[in-house]
Design a protein. Sequence first.
Length: 296
Amino acid sequence: MSDSGVPGALGTGVGWRPELAGALAGPVRADWVEVVAENICPGHLPEPLRRLRERGTTVIPHGVSLGLGGADRPDLARLAALAERAEALGSPLVSEHIAFVRAGGPLTGSPRIEAGHLLPVPRTRDALDVLCENVRIAQDMLPVPLALENIAALMTWPGEELTEGRFLAELVERTGVRLLIDVANLHTNHVNLGQDPAAALDELPLDAIAYVHVAGGVERDGLWHDTHAHPVTRPVLGVLAELASRVALPGVLLERDDAFPGADELAAELDAVRATVAGARRSARPARRQKEASGV
């Protein structure tokens, strides 16, 4: 049993980066790791990652380039590459984003453009139809379950018909896809777009959550920048606590992509994540018992 308290669950992990390899090979206790799928070659894994895998650490590939929210059907070569990485790592699932990353191409009469960034999908029923079909194609090609992540955004599209929570709920209802909930992204959208994280959580199918992302950021001139280069803040931990009070989380992963901390700081951040989840679960139990006693 992992430290999440859920039998067979992932526990508390870290996004694997070469700069963190030494800490993860030594003093830092991480139950599992996630690796950017496009950054590894199945036949030539980095030696520290290979050693983690050999000692039984779960490794989950996290894709960033499928663009399942785009108008085009998924690139079959990219899907095959993600499947290959899942099989090479013996992963229990793979993850990607609810986003689009490119546009244009032969069918549009315009050059193909790569955004170099995860762009938000319009929360309309037409866009949901396209996303659902693309997700089904991906699910058919992948050897393991797929989990999709909500993204941070700096803008919304005009004419949106669904809240983020309802959009995710209908996606799950129609495809059976799992969810990777990024609580830092929920906080980002709260600051930048005025969207209430608790309201989004109210509408989510919590039993579809595969795992959770936590990351640091910084606020500048009224905008939250999801940098993955700063310590996790109290507001982000607060969203994590809100989610953990509602459901036993299968796994939580700390992301750090720049300004990499030393082993002591990394371990302290992981401890803060563990303590937040454990504290939320403890505080939730009396409320659940009181609810059950009242017959609600």
